[in-house]
Design a protein around this ligand. Sequence first.
Ligand code: PEP
Ligand code: MG
Length: 800
Amino acid sequence: MVMTACPEEVHVIGIVVVSDNGALAGAAVTLARKMFPKVPIDGATGIDPMQVAAAIAHVDDGTGVVVLMDPDTVDPSAPSVLELLADELRQRVTLCQVPLDEGLIAAVIAAEAGGTPDEVAAAAREGLEDKRLELVRRSPPELSSVTETDYRTAHFTVADPHGLHARPGARLVATARQFDAVVHVRNATTASGWVSAASLTKVVTLGVRSGHVVEVRATGNQADDAVTAVAALHSNAPLASNLPKARTVGLSRGVGIGPAWTADDSVGPMPEESQGADKELRLLESAIATVTEIVSHDRRTAADRIGEGAAQIFDVHAALLTDPELLDTARARILSGENAIRAWSAEIELVTAAFGYVSDQYIRERAADVRAVGAQVQHALSGTVAPSIIGASGIVIAGDLTPAQVLELDRERVSGVVLAAGSTTSHTAVLLRANGIPAVGGADIDIASGTVVALDGSSGELAVNPAKSTLTKFRSRQADLDERLSRAQTQAFEPAVTRDGVEIVVGATIGSVEDARRAAENGADLAGLVRTEFLFLDRPTPPTVDEQAAIYQAIAETLGDRQLTIRTLDIGGDKSLPYVPQLLEANPFLGTRGLRYGLTFPTLLSDQLVAIAQTALTHRVNVMFPMVATVAEVVAARKLLDWAVARCGGNPQIGVGVMVEVPAAALRAATLARYVDFVSIGTNDLTQYTLAAERGNAAVAHLSDNLDPAVLQLVKATCDGFHERKVAVCGELAVDDTAVPLLCALGVRAFTVRPTHIPLTKAAVRQTHLATAKDWLLDCVDMTDGGAVRARLDIFQSLV
Ligand code: PEP
Ligand code: MG
């Protein structure tokens, strides 16, 4: 009988870890299983051949088994292990002696990628080679001290449909190591940082996919040959020595000009020796305690200076410092003889690498949080000071900054930030925007301290050592912006009226009492969206009605007599609550989210409605339901609200609205208008659901354009359906000032934006002539794509 292999079914070989040190083997196996659940892994103590044989039998499914033996393990048992195995099984077993910390992860990566036993054993040994080469690699020339002309460079496009996974990665590493050169690579497509081409784990964690461009660069005697050989591995790869400039992206709007200030984030040399497990464990505990205090201090600073929303970034860091698995595996390493700093650093490296395997972009980006906390503990352990950014001035140049470092930046002295990291959704980018510091990411950061740098965080432009004419261009943009901002601020408390006399409401998005204060200071007409998730997340039990009412009232009081629209909790999608049964859904963004979640767990929603109704007894309050798709949902929600009003001990007047975030809601706007008083279009989600492109997924980010004509048609449909009533827009599109005339032309009459942006939105409204905008812009809904719409908006701005 001829058997054909099913292409879906991928068999991976099993791995057995053998060490005299049971604790080490156990910890290594736990960790590797956690990172690579597809690979069968078991462990055994080397002194017991029966145990080893049992472990081999356990992981074998007929594909083969590689036994990794710690070199410190006395080996005489090996032949007898093999003797214990059945003939057929013995032929499938490959023995390989490698240090577990270096070899295991490389081996498991290779196994997961479908490697043969020989390839897996080779990958493990290359991990060992890595260690041997450590002396050579220990003092690579600092990237920043080498000038552009000292490098030999090339780039290639990866054609392998699976990207640069373990096997091609291992080939790249093996090739790079053959030369007398220090070779680094990076993923140019994702604008990653540079990693050593001698390290398989580092190369694999670059996340290079098919079609991505990889940059290679080398210094040293054989730099030319090394670069040529690495690039030539990819036969269809065009070899070029003139690299395209990295594509920089705007992270935080505004223009910054100044001398480069380069951050030094070295932790210093790590000691080799352990001072004994007890002492090292105590050192680790004490470093964790120190950093926990620092993090809670940073949280308070962020809450005071920027608001509760930003402060929650530090809750993520606090949670990592108490993560039992992270701590347990670091402790296991210490017990097996490593010192605290090496144990901690190795764990952090593995956890960040594991994050790199998660397909969800948002979760992958949380690796930056792990690195940030990891570095803080490393500094506490090594007695070095965390890289201080406090004295920074001019343009700060860094691979990445931690959220804590962003808080340390002195806004008076720092005029901009240039990062190699390029994520606009990272916590660092969120804080840079909240602090109003212009920034670009995805940049080549080989910029010597003192070099003049100019950047534009709106367009993402970066000029290093700019020509006089370029500098003049940036200066004039900066002057325009400053002038615009100060003029906008002086008029922030006046109503926003278009040049032809139509009044537009400009309200604030709020997530805390602090945000409410900023909204009041920046001239908000009202609070158009109070996000309430912060009350429900990161706690073991739900907030009580009284707790909620106290916060809503504090927000309302801070806003004075301004109207307040409280959105009920928007959980589901990427957010879950620890005290509510976890729903297992294949596509959570298309599942029980927003109002659907509230109706599924009605006690949660009705308690919140009681707290809102109580607040409405003394303040002007509206309630708004998120992610509505059908009339039935609105009817059910209104019933719960009626019930809550009956329980609140009075007869409050509460306006009821929905967010239009689902195309179905936009298309039935006229029907919905019979059931609600007002509507606010959530452009972030409306874009996601219209284009079927998940918000956090970088792979479909190019589709996720909030100016796509399809989104604009739904905005228009909503305004048409609600005609006569003010339709509001919130989400990121609302803060795009160039889109203000278009949205007004489509029928939008209210904008909800972050508090500090209110003066700018009002200014954009005042520049708009509505009748002209209608003449010029209404046909945007029929254009081919968002690019065409943008081009029209640019022309409109320059002419009108
Ligand atoms: C939106 O979807 O545009 C919105 C404002 O809601 P959130 O970003 O909170 O999902
Ligand atoms: Mg939304």
